[in-house]
Design a protein around this ligand. Structure first.
Ligand SMILES: *Cc1c(COP(=O)(O)O)cnc(C)c1O
Length: 403
């Protein structure tokens, strides 16, 4: 059954009653009393930062994902910067990044003096297109950043095939996909370096925070220095050695994650699988509702992987609608549904156009998807009724704009 016809006057955008009386955000953190107590416990302890919680959180995430080493940093962006810096790129080196991602995925290449090379995505999943990577590969390619868009892992096996015989590293931007898997292997064990974010809108949070996962011990050590000014031993190691002496051996940053945040992260991690399962349930509720709505197309989910369901993204069918994405967006916001758009293709940002000479037309699949995409609310504490409101609002708005 398709959505019932609605008149435009019934839309909240045009003065009608909204589907919901209160706004539903597109994402939201879950914090319970255990989380609060975990942070309070650290406040009363000796270490507010770089104490026992950091190692413990790193161990927990390494254990959860199966990665050998985990290096906590203070944002997902810092994780990307730290990961790429560990590859020691030189000027003129290139980092391949898909067009559909948060700008930080590409900005990190700029932080290390490399050039981001923006490539197109697969039109069905909006994941990096291995064929596009093949076309962009040069002698200067230092890394490929595979973004696990919306929570579904990129096909690292196909990417490895493309990179065979080439020295480029595979970096997973897994800011959307902690807890997901590809062909039975967990995110965190798929790429050479895996970057996580613990921003409140992500699967679990430390307020701000991030982590790099790797199986390479030497690289992990270098990344621990990098997050601490490039200093060879941290305060705890000096304490243990009863020594004041340290050396700064390379240029690093202060990217340290605090004990307060790590305690919160540990308390959150034990709930992650339950939250992902709840996200999946809501996504299924959406899938069922939209299966009969030809104006709306969810992303293609591949059968060989599980998603962490960070985002539920739909594409509108412009030929079937009298309104464009932005008008549908405004109409849904007026219905109190917190829709969003992820993301404007990186190469369309003014900074990229002005400084790297990128231009529209460069990544047609990404640009076409961007003009039609909407992100619907999806977070673990949403109720079935909240999800039903989203479906009702989408049907109402689509019904009003159907050609
Ligand atoms: C959130 C996000 C980042 C950046 O993470 P922060 O913790 O906000 O710095 C990078 N890449 C992607 C794909 C993200 O979603």
């Amino acid at each position: 059954m398709s959505a019932p016809a609605t008149t435009r006057r019934e839309l909240a955008l045009h003065g009608g009653a909204p589907v919901r009386s209160t706004p539903l955000p597109y994402g939201r953190q879950s914090i319970d009393e255990e989380d609060v107590q975990a942070v309070i416990g650290v406040l009363r302890s000796d270490f507010l930062t770089t104490g026992p919680q950091v190692d413990a959180f790193e161990c927990d995430v390494a254990g959860y994902t199966g990665a050998e080493h985990a290096v906590a940093v203070n944002s997902g962006t810092a994780a990307l910067h730290t990961a790429l810096a560990s590859l020691k790129p030189g000027p003129g080196d290139e980092v391949i990044v898909p067009a559909i991602t948060f700008a930080a995925s590409a900005n990190a290449a700029l932080y290390v003096g490399a050039t981001p090379v923006i490539v197109d995505v697969d039109p069905h999943s909006l994941l990096i297109d291995p064929e596009a990577v093949k076309g962009a590969l040069t002698e200067r390619t230092k890394a490929v950043v595979a973004v696990d868009y919306a929570g579904q892992p990129a096909d690292v096996d196909a990417l490895r095939e493309v990179l065979k015989g080439h020295g480029a590293a595979l970096v997973a931007d897994a800011c959307h996909s902690l807890g997901a898997s590809l062909r039975g292997r967990s995110v965190g064990t798929l790429a050479d370096l895996t970057c996580l974010s613990f921003h409140p809108v992500k699967a679990m949070t430390t307020g701000e925070g991030g982590m790099v996962l790797t199986d390479d011990a030497t690289r992990a050590e270098a990344m621990r220095r990098f997050r601490n000014h490039g200093i060879d031993r941290d305060a705890a190691a000096r304490q243990r050695a009863a020594s004041h002496y340290y050396e700064m051996v390379e240029l690093g940053w202060n990217y340290r994650l605090t004990d307060l945040q790590c305690a919160l992260g540990r308390s959150q991690l034990v709930k992650l699988d339950r939250w992902i399962a709840r996200r999946r349930e809501i996504a299924q509720q959406y899938d069922e509702a939209f299966a009969t709505l030809p104006e709306v197309r969810p992303l293609t989910m591949h059968a060989d992987r599980s998603s962490a369901w960070h985002l539920y993204v739909i594409r509108l069918e412009p030929a079937r609608l009298s309104a464009d994405r932005d008008e549908v967006f405004r109409a849904l916001r007026a219905e109190n549904i917190g829709v969003n758009v992820h993301y404007m293709p990186v190469h369309l940002h003014p900074w990229y156009r002005d400084n790297l000479g990128t231009r529209p037309g460069q990544c047609p699949e990404a640009e076409g998807a961007w003009e039609r995409m909407l992100t619907l609310p999806l977070f673990p504490e949403m109720t079935d009724e909240d999800a039903a409101d989203v479906v009702a609002a989408v049907k109402k708005v689509i019904g009003a704009f159907r050609l």
